[in-house]
Design a protein around this ligand. Structure first.
Ligand code: M6R
Length: 608
């Protein structure tokens, strides 16, 4: 949540900072600001709303200089106003600071500072931090930062500079990501590699309780106890083009269409031909321990949680493990029986979700093997888990997760297959799964070719304000994910339900203005799904069905059919999710919503 970008070097900082902010806007977009210094003068520009609003102001004021810091905000303390936007300044307006995270004891610190004569202009916890640093400042900014941070409870990723010493930017982190970008005689820093990849692919990750100083020619890192930190530079593989729209109207649509490639990337080099078993390099170091595991908890949030829910069915089918799926925000407060025969698998696109990270830390404390399935390389969860697997899905910019959800489902299937093949799963069954996975990109392409048809259906349904999504077994999590996609980007009320539960409550909602999207593959649940649909039709509800090709029977029961290629039961839900993504996208488009940056949401949720 919130995005930070910093630059110090030989070039004009403003265009680099503005470009970085645009690439980070998906992390927060209710206000934005930059502070740039030319050595003599410091320019502070802030504006409410999207980065384009700030851009207009920046163009008018032309801030110039070769160093600066910038921020795009997702409000936690105080409404989105210019006063609350970052950079925040202190009493003397000499320190400029941007902050991601939450200072939990800000109220206590503020009272103390007020007693010492500080006055505050904003409602933010961040401004309290600047004042606190100012209180300790005696000419040595790093020392003041360390002293102030010693009093802070909560999470932070901060970047700041002092007007009197504009040759350096100080960064510090605890719980909110910060990555240094190392260029040729120039240095950048950001909360997300997306803001860096245009300028450099050489990065250094800052860890918790570390402080970095960037100046025009060099950088160094220490911990909060002043010990020097030496860390290898890493090379990021994401290409710059991946973070651009490439002719698509929205990132979300581009990412939906990238899914065949995403599946290939998730499978690349991971299937041992003819063996019906995957090779997952990231798990090799813990394979022996994995073999003694009896129970796995999947912990995650939002869409990643639904990937976990689907994976539970897949693990039950392919392995002997007992699987529990839990919202990360609930997991850490439960009194679970966790021991060395328990593993937890944290599923997270960003690898930074605060609740998921907290769950990992809680499970580690109790002795569980901690695994991760993460898309962002080098993210905190990837570092704090014992072992794990990357999605290799490339950057996902649309706030609504699409391609990474699919990729998560693919990798989770591979994990189940790996464990299952060490247990009782036969070679024949293993081969069925690997063959179905390899066919998946072609199947998805067939669904994507129906985008216009799905858009046409979406046009007819865009006027409705309530939707029900139903499915059974493997497709129940897909129904929930379909409903989440619709509600988050089109602000339409949608509920995802296990179809069998309809008669226990939700059926009372059914009437002509409450359409249903029903997912009914040709599996053991088919006839039960038909009964559910008949019950809806009997109450004058409209039904859109996602059914498999060649199902001629369904036409007569529903209003619209979206046909998808048929595959084995456990892989079918991966195909079925694609039309639901497109349906949500086109409804949101029809309703004129801000698709890539839905209101109130942010891509990376780094607050609990
Ligand atoms: O980065 P993560 O996968 O940990 O994020 C979890 C959720 O915040 C995320 O899936 C969210 O629900 C998305 N907006 C869904 O589209």
């Amino acid at each position: 949540m919130c995005g930070i970008v910093c630059y110090i070097g030989k070039q004009e900082a403003t265009p680099i900072l503005m470009e970085g902010l645009k690439r980070l806007e998906y992390r927060g977009y209710d206000s934005a600001g930059i502070a740039v210094s030319d050595g003599d003068e410091t320019f502070l520009v802030k504006e409410v709303g999207k980065v384009r609003n700030l851009e207009e102001k920046v163009q008018a004021l032309s801030p110039h200089g070769t160093m600066g810091i910038a921020h795009t905000r997702w409000a936690t303390h105080g409404r989105p106003t210019v006063e609350n936007a970052h950079p925040q300044t202190g009493e003397t307006e000499k320190i400029f600071l941007v902050h991601n995270g939450i200072i939990e004891n800000y109220r206590f610190l503020k009272d103390d500072l007020e007693e010492k004569g500080h006055t505050f202009k904003s409602q933010t916890d961040t401004e309290v931090l600047v004042h606190l640093i100012e209180e300790y400042y005696d000419g040595d900014l790093e020392k003041a930062v360390k002293e102030a941070l010693g009093l802070v409870q909560g999470t932070f990723g901060i970047a700041l500079f002092h007007r009197d010493n504009p040759d350096k930017i100080v960064l510090a982190r605890r719980g909110s990501p910060l990555i240094l970008g190392i260029g040729e005689n120039e240095f950048l820093a950001a909360s997300d590699v997306n803001a860096l990849i245009r300028y450099t692919n050489k990065v250094v990750h800052l860890n918790d309780n570390e402080l970095a100083v960037l100046n025009h020619t060099n950088y160094h890192i220490t911990d909060f106890q002043d010990r020097k930190v030496t860390r290898e530079m890493e090379t990021i593989e994401w290409d710059q083009g991946a973070a651009e729209k490439k002719g698509f109207e929205h990132f979300m649509l581009k990412e939906i269409f990238e899914q065949p490639e995403c599946v290939k990337n998730a499978l690349r080099g991971r299937i041992v031909e003819g063996e019906g078993v995957p090779r997952l390099g990231g798990l090799e170091g813990v394979l022996d321990r994995l073999k003694s595991i009896e129970k796995v908890h999947f912990v995650s949030c939002g869409t990643s949680y639904y990937a976990g829910l689907l994976a539970r069915y897949i693990f039950e089918k392919l392995t002997d493990l007992s699987v529990e799926v839990e919202y990360a925000s609930e997991f850490r407060y439960r009194n679970l029986r966790i021991d060395e025969r328990t593993a937890i698998l944290a599923i997270s696109q960003s690898g930074e979700t605060a609740d998921t990270l907290a769950a990992v830390r809680e499970a580690r404390r109790k002795g569980a093997l901690c695994l991760g399935l993460v898309n962002v390389v080098g993210s905190t969860i990837s570092k704090e888990t014992d072992a794990g697997v990357y999605n290799h899905a490339g950057p996902e910019i649309g706030v609504a997760s699409t391609k990474v959800f699919l990729s998560q489902c693919v990798v989770l299937t591979l994990m189940a297959l790996l464990i299952g093949r060490y247990q009782r799963l036969s070679l024949t069954d293993g081969l069925l799964v690997t063959r179905a996975l390899k066919e998946l990109p072609d199947h998805i392409n067939k669904v994507l070719k129906q985008a216009d048809y799905i858009q046409d259906i979406a046009r007819q349904y865009a006027k409705y304000n309530d939707f029900l999504f139903i499915g059974r077994l493997y497709n129940f999590p897909i129904a929930m994910e379909g409903a989440l996609k619709l509600k988050e980007i089109s602000y339409v009320h949608a509920e995802g339900y296990a179809a069998g539960e309809m008669k226990h409550g939700p059926i009372s909602l059914i009437e002509p203005n409450f359409p249903t999207v029903a997912i009914l593959p040709r599996d053991s649940t088919y006839s039960k799904m038909i009964s559910n649909i008949q019950q809806i039709k009997a109450r004058d509800g409209h039904v859109i069905a996602v059914a498999v090709e060649g199902d001629d029977h369904i036409q007569s029961h529903v209003d619209h059919v979206i046909s998808v290629p048929h595959t084995i039961d456990i892989i079918q839900p991966l195909i079925n999710t694609i039309p639901l993504q497109l349906f949500a996208y086109y409804i949101a488009k029809e309703r004129g919503c801000s698709i890539d940056k839905p209101r109130n949401l942010a891509k990376s949720v780094t607050v609990e």
